[in-house]
Design a protein around this ligand. Sequence first.
Ligand code: HSE
Length: 319
Amino acid sequence: MSGARLAVLGAGAVGRSVVELAEEYGHTVTAVADSSSAIVDPEGVDAEAVLQRKSDEGVVGDNDPSEALGAAYDVLVEVTPTTLGDAEPGFSHVKHGLERDKHVVLANKGPVAERYGELRELEADSEGKIRFEATVGGAIPILSTIEDFGPTHITAARGVLNGTANFILSRMAAEGLDYEHVLAEAQDLGVAEADPTFDVEGIDAALKFVILSNVLADGDQEFTLEDAAVDGITEIPGTALDLAAEDGRTIRLIGESTPEGVSVAPRLVPADGPLSVTGTLNIVQLETTHAGRLNISGRGAGGPETATAVLSDVSRLVE
Ligand code: HSE
């Protein structure tokens, strides 16, 4: 099979971009659901019409959202918002797909960060597989790089995996502005969400490093957010960035995955070094056993950027 039939659960920025770009990747969207509606068409939905209706009326179709789960599809695309704790309803969506022996691709971080062991158990009992490249670093193919390299040959992952926090810190440093001012600017520009709590408190980055830890552990150990030491950027005064600059350094929200656990905290880094990416860029450094350090950087968020990771995963599963 090369072209797959996709059921897309979630019609936020990522879900809408998946619907828009699927055809370009050779796939057919047979169902789309948001939190209050769904459209199902075994021949393929009219992507333009669905997106127009979502924009005009706030719904994707006339059906109940649950009908998308019963649609004819090859790959379930789970792009509903990340929730913590029980990771619902995302976890149940994945379970439903795997129990139908279908593949599942996630951009939703919740199930992978909070219930990884259970997901892998469900996968072991299914003909379907799960992939979740889009959960870490948007467009950056970091999980497939780890898979190709071999997780046992990587000893640690480190870097910047939250675009909102990075935008705020790099603007504070460049313009000498304080945190509240730059946060308001980021919200005006649509870089930060209306509720940026997960981003500025380090939780979003921590979820991504927990997922990296789970992939690096390769089944030997399971990590959740409870294993992460997390500190955000809300208390950093503008003067701290000025002081760092006097020394040729700056501050970035740096996360780390090692066999001991996960940490996310503001750290001093060289201003001209690879970790001091600017704006909404992300970077991940992989420490390898025999090949030194790998750096991989790119756009860590955004609808089309994250949708490319989703659609690449779909292609990996069906080609
Ligand atoms: N809100 C995240 C960020 C993107 O700012 O990087 C989604 O994980």
